[in-house]
Design a protein around this ligand. Structure first.
Ligand SMILES: Cc1cc2nc3c(=O)[nH]c(=O)nc-3n(C[C@H](O)[C@H](O)[C@H](O)COP(=O)(O)OP(=O)(O)OC[C@H]3O[C@@H](n4cnc5c(N)ncnc54)[C@H](O)[C@@H]3O)c2cc1C
Ligand SMILES: NC(=O)c1ccc[n+]([C@@H]2O[C@H](COP(=O)([O-])OP(=O)(O)OC[C@H]3O[C@@H](n4cnc5c(N)ncnc54)[C@H](OP(=O)(O)O)[C@@H]3O)[C@@H](O)[C@H]2O)c1
Length: 436
């Protein structure tokens, strides 16, 4: 069986950026043969949240390449140039393209790597390949939609699988009920509820805010009621003012990583709301405006249920019944909904399940500065994590902010790895897979 130098699980922005970095390393003479496995049938960037008016939350300059190599073929600016839109984009006068356009940019970038990415396969397991006492390689098992299992061997692994929907405990019994779905599936699911009269949106982050406005417009004609339910006292805006935004600079990663555990926790807590439970101010103003206009009209269509928690959610024939707990008054009341959107964020620990068979070889689940899990001496492969290192590397880890630079750090680690170097040197003259 063929042995790859590197297999990447997932082909979202993090691993596309890594594929680009490795491709550009080839020009400098380092040939690391990589392959990526993506469970979606084709590239799509959070496809079910591609809402009409949604915009990027970081500058387009924090694209897949610019921060590492501004002269790369894969910059957003070159994408615009290739698509003959550079001048039009300049006239837009924005740093924040629509999510539709950035998805198109990412799709364009990903399309350069069709020869080294298997779409429509979900990685289900990572197994050790032993040579004597040592784990020399990893066997990556994936399953396609026809339930056929594929196996591939690799010297190193990078897991970049993004987040998995966080479902609050009170909704666990409703798993499988088509009336309850996570924001991650919003566009796919909401179209099955064209006649909904009452809809709940749980959460107070960017996803909840965008979905609230989408529902407001989507059901304009039928005047469906949307309840925005959150535990917080207010919807607080994400702070992207310049001094605060410095926490997303690439050198801040060194500062966070080199801080003590206590300092790191303090930094994460202090800046938590730059990213989490923090919609853009403009969006918050739009929502406020909707409620204000209701007051002017004297008609209560939607409700803003702040300081409310869903204590219980029960499936009934006529809808999903909530027991809503008012955290201010400590009183409970019920409400029934035709559809429920859980905009309750994401967990980022699924890699532990994938790595379960090789868990004994990791000293802890901590990573070094180059995102590589600390392992015991007889475990030879390097296993890197992208997007699951927030606690050690800071709040930029789940975002696009440092992606381009992070992939350079991982590529350097790969090149420096002793079992890798031999293979990389052998292929020093390996030509690039494509010309551009
Ligand atoms: C709606 C939304 C909008 C966002 N907008 C921004 C923004 O504007 N700016 C910003 O900086 N960040 C934004 N983010 C944060 C987001 O995490 C990053 O933009 C970016 O998507 C991270 O890239 P990634 O490749 O690490 O993860 P993802 O984009 O999540 O990609 C992971 C990929 O791995 C695949 N995968 C998962 N499990 C498996 C498996 N077992 N086998 C095979 N494939 C698998 C998934 O299908 C997916 O394609 C947004 C997040 C969301 C949810
Ligand atoms: N256009 C865009 O660029 C765009 C769009 C969407 C998302 N994003 C990004 O995607 C990431 C995730 O954003 P998100 O809005 O999906 O998630 P999020 O910011 O993590 O917000 C999750 C929300 O759900 C609430 N919540 C979590 N668990 C809960 C529970 N058990 N019960 C009740 N409420 C609960 C949280 O409330 P508490 O605070 O009370 O815990 C919070 O309000 C962010 O990086 C965001 O910037 C970007």
């Amino acid at each position: 069986m063929k042995i790859y130098d590197l297999i990447g699980i997932g082909f979202g922005p993090s691993n596309i950026a890594l594929a680009i970095t490795l491709e550009e390393q080839k020009q400098s003479g380092y040939g690391i043969e990589s392959f990526f496995i993506e469970k979606q049938p084709n590239f799509a960037w959070h496809a079910n949240m591609l809402l009409d008016n949604a915009h990027m939350q970081v500058s387009f300059l924090k694209d897949l390449a610019t921060m590492r190599n501004p002269s790369s073929h894969f910059t957003f600016i070159n994408y615009l140039h290739q698509k003959n839109r550079l001048q039009d984009f300049i006239n837009l006068k924005t740093f924040f393209p629509s999510r539709h356009e950035f998805n198109d940019y990412l799709t364009w970038a990903a399309s350069h790597f069709d020869h080294c990415c298997a779409y429509g396969e979900e990685v289900i397991e990572v197994l050790p390949e032993k040579r004597g006492d040592e784990v020399a390689l990893l066997r990556i098992r994936s399953r396609n939609r026809e339930q056929v299992v594929h196996e591939r061997l690799t010297r190193n692994l990078v897991i970049s699988i993004g987040g998995q929907p966080r479902i609050p405990e009170s909704f666990a019994p409703l798993k499988g009920d088509p009336r309850v779905f996570h924001s991650n599936n919003y566009l796919k699911e909401i179209k099955h509820h064209p006649h909904a009269k009452k809809i709940a949106v749980v959460g107070g982050g960017q996803s909840a805010a965008e979905i609230f406005m989408d529902l407001h417009h989507r059901y304009e004609k039928d005047k469906a009621q949307v309840d925005l339910i959150m535990r917080a006292r207010a919807i607080k805006p994400s702070d992207d003012s310049p001094f605060v935004n410095e926490i997303f600079n690439t050198d801040f990663t060194d500062y966070v990583f080199n801080s003590s555990d206590q300092q790191r926790t303090e930094i994460l807590n202090e800046f938590w709301h730059t990213n989490y439970a923090a919609p853009d101010l403009v969006l918050i103003e739009q929502i406020f405006n909707v409620f204000y206009r209701q007051k002017v009209a004297g008609i209560e269509r939607h409700r803003f249920l702040r300081r409310h928690e869903v204590k219980q959610a029960v499936s009934q024939n006529d809808g999903i019944q909530f027991v809503l707990h008012d955290l201010n008054t400590e009183q409970d009341r019920t409400a029934t909904y035709d559809a429920v959107v859980l905009a309750t964020g994401y967990n980022r620990d699924y890699h532990k399940l994938l790595l379960a068979p090789i868990m004994p070889y990791f000293r802890d689940m901590q990573v070094d500065r180059q995102y590589r899990l600390n392992s015991v001496a007889q475990f030879k492969p390097s296993v890197f994590l992208q997007g699951a290192c927030e606690s050690s590397h800071g709040l930029s880890d789940t975002l696009l902010s440092v992606t381009a630079v992070r992939t350079h750090e991982i590529a350097q680690a790969l090149i420096n790895t002793s079992n890798q170097t031999t293979s990389a040197q052998l292929k020093r003259a390996m030509p690039s897979a494509f010309a551009y």
